[in-house]
Ligand binder design. Structure first.
Ligand SMILES: C[S@@+](CC[C@H](N)C(=O)[O-])C[C@H]1O[C@@H](n2cnc3c(N)ncnc32)[C@H](O)[C@@H]1O
Length: 159
C-alpha cells in the first residue's frame, strides 16, 4: 500500500461558532449533523464558502426523534431536504445505504467489551451503549425493525 503525506488542517471548535474564512469544495457531515443543536445556523455559516454538502446521517422512518442520552436527533428525509434547501443548496442525489440485516453481531461485540470494563467506568455514553446492546439482544432485534436507516444526501449550491 502506498502512503501519501497529506497535510490536514484541524480546527477544534464548536461548529456553531465556525465560519470559514477560506473556500472549500465540500463539507462532509458523517453522522455528525444529527448531533448539532442548530444545524440551520451551521449550514448558514458555511454557505458563502462551501460549494457542496455531503450528509451521511440517521433518517427517521416515521417522525423526528430526540435521543437525549446520545445528544442525537434523527430527522425524516423531508426534514433533511428542507434543511438543505433552506440553507440555499439543491439536492442532487439521495441514497439509502444498505446496512447488514443483523446488528446482533455488533451488539454482542460491544456488550462483550463493555463487560470487560471496570463497572465504575460504565456511565454516560458507555452506559447508553450497554443499554442499547441489551435492548437489541433481549429482543433479537433486526435492523429492519429500527425506526431509522442511514441515508446519504449530496447537494450543490443553488445558484
Ligand atoms: C458519531 S461521531 C462521528 C465522527 C466521525 N464523523 C465518524 O464518522 O467517525 C459525531 C461527531 O460529531 C462531533 N460533534 C458533535 N457536535 C459538535 C459540535 N457542536 N461541533 C463540532 N463537532 C461536533 C463529535 O465531536 C463527534 O466527533
Amino acid at each position: 500500500m502506498k502512503l501519501y503525506k497529506v497535510q490536514i488542517k484541524v480546527i477544534c471548535q464548536d461548529l456553531h461558532e465556525y465560519k470559514p474564512n477560506e473556500f472549500f469544495d465540500i463539507a462532509i457531515f458523517q453522522q455528525s449533523l444529527c448531533h448539532l443543536k442548530n444545524p440551520e445556523e451551521v449550514l448558514d455559516n458555511l454557505y458563502d464558502n462551501v460549494n457542496t454538502l455531503l450528509i451521511v446521517d440517521f433518517i427517521a422512518k416515521k417522525e423526528a426523534t430526540n435521543f437525549p442520552n446520545w445528544k442525537l436527533k434523527t430527522r425524516t428525509k423531508k426534514e433533511f431536504m428542507n434543511l438543505i434547501q433552506g440553507a440555499g443548496y439543491k439536492l442532487k442525489s439521495f441514497k439509502k445505504i444498505s446496512t447488514p440485516q443483523s446488528i446482533i453481531q455488533s451488539a454482542k461485540f460491544w456488550l462483550e467489551n463493555i463487560e470487560k470494563l471496570d463497572p465504575v467506568k460504565v456511565y454516560g455514553h458507555i452506559a447508553s451503549l450497554k443499554n442499547l446492546c441489551c435492548f437489541i439482544l433481549d429482543r433479537n432485534l433486526e435492523v429492519m425493525y429500527m425506526p431509522w436507516f442511514i441515508g446519504v444526501f449530496y447537494a450543490e449550491k443553488d445558484s
